[in-house]
Design a protein around this ligand. Sequence first.
Ligand code: NAD
Length: 283
Amino acid sequence: MSAKILYGKDFAALIKEKVRFEVDKMIFKPGLAVIIVGENPASQVYVRNKHKTCEELGINSKVVALPENTTKEELLNVIDELNAAENIQGILVQLPLPDAIKAHSDEILNRINPLKDVDGFHPMNVGNLVIGNPKLVPCTPAGCLEMLDLAGIEIDGKRAVIIGRSNIVGKPMLHLLMARHATVTVCHSHTKNLAEITREADILVAAMGKPKFVTADMIKPGAVVIDVGINRIAPKKLVGDVDFDAAVEIAGAITPVPGGVGLLTVAMLMKNVVTATKLQIGV
Ligand code: NAD
């Protein structure tokens, strides 16, 4: 058996088409501000990609590039200005922050107006997700759910297993799947007998950041495998958390890396800009 391969670009195109349609209907162009502090090359690539996608979809994009030695107070002031700016509906701070202010990441992210928090990291947005009233949801797990829906994969009543319990992927993924009536287990670095648990999964989400860790024997035949991991194993070689070549022979459907859920994250960010705009104008 060879799994159906779920290519991110196909789903990202569908999401972007819907965003474009929504933006075109709006009486003003929404604006996204992306703050980048320092010169992390990977972050610069992500920020350029976000800027390009905004342009493609008719969203105003403002990149605020701040020097490496920006202080916490300076960054908080920039966020305050953007919170007050009428032409900005979405704000995100590109992570990771430089070492000197990294320890203040929570305080910095929590300063963003929750209605403009398009990354969905503010405690108010986290709380809304947990109580089953999601507003702005973290883009990567939201993209995984959207992909399952667009691919017509049933979630209700299924057994789902998530490997990884981060605030960015694992935990929101738990709440998204649970809200859709899956029975969900979250595994992490202290989980015993991991393979026994993953073999029960109809839907397996790997978000651990360990190259090719999930081997074919950890997958139930026919399972849907969503690989969130992005691991650079050589200068030009990215792999996921799943051993794709072996897993594709046993899974029912599987996302590749690169070319899988990674491509959905930016599309979902654009969707969140539309959602944030609607929340702010009260529709
Ligand atoms: P993280 O480091 O914050 O969390 C990793 C999680 O994996 C932890 O909860 C840890 O307990 C768990 N884990 C680690 N080793 C384990 C093991 N041996 N067994 C079971 N669990 C284990 O990482 P993150 O931010 O959640 O990211 C996870 C991966 O997803 C990374 O590769 C990251 O690059 C990728 N990622 C991709 C996107 C995207 O596609 N756009 C977005 C975010 C993260």
